[in-house]
Write a protein that binds this ligand. Structure first.
Ligand SMILES: Nc1nc2c(ncn2[C@@H]2O[C@H](COP(=O)(O)OP(=O)(O)O)[C@@H](O)[C@H]2O)c(=O)[nH]1
Ligand SMILES: [Mg+2]
Length: 189
């Protein structure tokens, strides 16, 4: 049900705005920047320049009668950034490359660090990217078991073909829309 608000004798629809702060983490070249750009700008670059200092992007979406503003940090792997994330993020998306087992080991070590440092309310998503490539090294079933054991949400994506990209952001939005304790504000624009 939409929330109604009466202004000047006329019923106007008031949309609630949820601001969800997300951080992307993971080894270099796994596709963090590509996933974020596919979602925000609907584009993919075959040879993307390396992210130097990290980037901040936003994207608005609607889910039911709620407006979601994603505030996304695309982070390079530097300890100084980690502290910032651990204090502020609602969601951390840890990305690995399904064709690179070392990047999955790195993801697991990041998750260990997150589990010991962040508030348990912070939602951790584990994302295996580059599923369009045939040289897979990290089997889906193995990661499913790992995710279950550590209580993580797990998805596979391809930033190249757009597989699963919207799914991650929709699942994130749904999680917060259904959480009545998550603060909402009035959408003013
Ligand atoms: N085939 C394929 N290549 C990808 C995918 N995602 C990213 N890439 C490529 O992998 C490289 C590193 O991507 P980038 O987004 O810069 O990784 P980041 O360092 O984690 O931000 C770039 O050349 C991308 O074009 C994907 O899903 N499939
Ligand atoms: Mg990058």
């Amino acid at each position: 049900m939409s929330q109604q608000n009466t202004v000047g004798g006329k019923d106007t629809l008031v949309n609630q705005l949820l601001v969800i702060k997300l951080a992307f983490l993971g080894e270099s070249t796994v596709g963090k920047t590509s996933i974020v750009h596919k979602f925000v700008n609907y584009e993919f670059q075959e040879n993307r320049e390396q992210t130097i200092n990290g980037a901040f992007l936003t994207q608005k979406c609607r889910l039911g009668d709620k407006i979601i503003r994603f505030e996304i940090w695309d982070i390079v792997d530097r300890k100084s950034y980690h502290t910032l994330i651990y204090r502020n993020a609602h969601v951390v998306v840890v990305v690995y490359d399904v064709t690179n087992v070392d990047s999955f080991d790195k993801a697991k070590s990041l998750i260990r660090e997150l589990k010991s440092q962040v508030d348990p309310k912070v939602v951790i998503f584990l994302v295996g990217n580059k599923i369009d490539l045939s040289e897979r090294q990290v089997p889906t079933e193995e990661v499913k078991d790992y995710a279950l054991e550590f209580g993580l949400l797990f998805y596979e994506t391809s930033a190249k073909t757009d597989d699963g990209i919207r799914t991650i952001f929709t699942k994130i939005a749904e999680k917060f829309v259904s959480d009545d304790s998550f603060p909402a504000e009035e959408n003013v624009d």
